[in-house]
Design a protein around this ligand. Structure first.
Ligand SMILES: Nc1nc2c(ncn2[C@@H]2O[C@H](COP(=O)(O)OP(=O)(O)OP(=O)(O)O)[C@@H](O)[C@H]2O)c(=O)[nH]1
Ligand SMILES: [K+]
Ligand SMILES: [Mg+2]
Length: 440
């Protein structure tokens, strides 16, 4: 992309707070000068060396710290520019003094995500990989880590790149049909081209279908707990959270606002949402709670539908796990409306181990790897891009005129290009990089 950043930036790449070591990261054209100013001479490339850091080494003015220094000359650095890292003693006064020395040398503090944005600008990674880096920084569970690592390592980008290559070949054939309309190109050329478009559409549709799983891993699997008042929904939430997250009381209609608790099951991030008991009510606030409950039921990946004792539900939400609570007061039926019931007692703990196993199983099913082993899409942005490309290909199949078909194919190509950031993405960049922390 050939675009050079004039400014040299710096940021603390480690978190603030009491720690032994803080890593200061610097990138930009003035890096060599700055590092020389701090420690005298440039250390060897890509080797950790111990150096004294001065406010201005040439003057032996104000010793700041003794630190490990790493010099990363471009273009084979994270950002593609010259850069270096200082592994400082993490005292706030040390960090502040080094930051002041960097500013005195002409650098400025980095914006959130600016290092990775420069890596993108300098062609060191594409947009999908950059998003993978952001997810890796945020990863809390094993499955999030694996997904983000594969993505930042380019697995998803390679899949989109492959599709772009296939599309390029289709376009080339299409152009041949346009350029030689009256020559006797064999029928097979056109049929082969249509077959290829069909195959690509099928691959994209499969990817979109599998995609829900990737997104679930990234943002977590959401369970909504729903049912009539006093079924024991908040009691269930508290057990799942292992703390008193929600108020439990014998008063029907205790919970009004939806209460969310995060945790992890089977190595996957999960969110449980406790909701207001569903019933007809005159109370305006409770009615609002019921409305919110229905909203969460709709949004959830899976509904935990509770009832107590013999207050059987007269409908079951699609895909819901039915939980029959308060077995200590009497038995619950094995099935309701043909859906098996998980019998539990939040009071005595009966059935809770079995319930946990069922929930783990559910999480595994909802986030299972695609059968094809293909990388999963992880964001609504990817889904929208692939859907757009797919829609253009479907449009292409409808077109009688070769020129019109060619135009739809080019639009599909653009949609794929925007995904990885290879075409016209200026407006996208702030959205993608704004979510990073400073120093990445
Ligand atoms: N005997 C018995 N009581 C239970 C059990 N689980 C919950 N309870 C009691 O049932 C009452 C209602 O429990 P909650 O957890 O507040 O029920 P809820 O479904 O959240 O109720 P709302 O928020 O009002 O919709 C409380 O008094 C609980 O102590 C159980 O397994 N056995
Ligand atoms: K209650
Ligand atoms: Mg409640």
């Amino acid at each position: 992309m050939g675009y050079q950043n004039e400014e040299t930036i710096f940021a603390l790449s480690t978190g603030l707070g009491r720690a032994a070591i803080a890593v200061m990261r610097v990138s930009g054209p003035e890096s060599a000068g700055l590092l020389g100013r701090l420690c005298g001479t440039l250390p060897p490339s890509r080797k950790a060396v111990l150096r004294r850091l001065w406010h201005d080494a040439s003057l032996r003015d104000n010793l700041l710290d003794e630190a490990l220094v790493l010099w990363f000359p471009g273009p084979n650095s994270y950002t593609g520019e010259d850069g270096f890292e200082l592994h400082l003693h993490a005292g706030p006064a040390v960090i502040k003094a080094v930051a002041q020395a960097l500013v005195a040398g002409g650098a400025r503090p980095a914006e959130p995500g600016e290092f990775t944005r420069r890596a993108f600008t300098n062609g060191r990674m594409d947009l999908v990989e950059a998003e993978g880096v952001a997810d890796l920084v945020d990863a809390e569970t094993e499955s999030q880590r694996k997904l983000a690592l594969a993505q930042s390592d380019g697995a998803l980008s390679r899949l989109y790149g492959e599709w772009a290559e296939r599309l390029k070949r289709i376009l080339a054939h299409q152009e041949a049909l346009i350029d030689f309309p009256d020559e006797d190109l064999p029928e097979e050329v056109e049929q082969g081209l249509l077959n290829e478009i069909h195959a690509l559409i099928a691959a994209m549709q499969q990817h979109i279908q599998d995609g829900k799983r990737g997104e679930r891993i990234r943002r977590g699997v959401v369970f909504a707990i729903a049912g009539p008042p006093n079924a024991g929904k908040s009691s269930l939430l508290n057990w799942l959270a292992d703390r008193d997250a929600a108020i439990v009381s014998p008063v029907a209609g205790t919970t009004r606002d939806a209460i969310e608790v995060n945790g992890s099951l089977a190595g996957v991030r999960v969110t449980f949402v406790d909701t207001a008991g569903m019933r007809e009510t005159e109370d305006a606030i409770e009615a609002e709670g019921v409305k919110r409950a229905l909203f969460h039921v709709k949004q959830a990946d899976c509904v935990l539908q509770m009832f107590a004792g013999d207050m059987l539900p007269d409908n079951v939400f699609p895909g819901a796990l039915l939980i029959g609570n308060k077995t200590d007061l009497g038995p619950v039926p094995a099935k309701v409306l043909d859906v098996p019931v998980l019998p539990v007692s939040l009071q005595t703990g009966e059935g809770l181990n079995e319930l946990r196993a069922v929930l783990e199983q559910k999480v595994e099913t909802l986030t299972a790897q695609a059968a094809s082993g293909a990388p999963l899409l992880t964001r609504a942005r990817h889904e929208a891009g692939v859907k757009e490309a797919c829609a253009c290909l479907q449009q292409a199949l409808e077109q009688e005129w070769p020129e019109m078909r060619g135009e739809e194919l080019r639009l599909a190509m653009r949609a794929l290009g925007r995904l990885t950031g290879h075409v016209g993405v200026e407006d996208l960049l702030d959205a993608v990089f704004g979510q990073f922390c400073i120093g990445k």
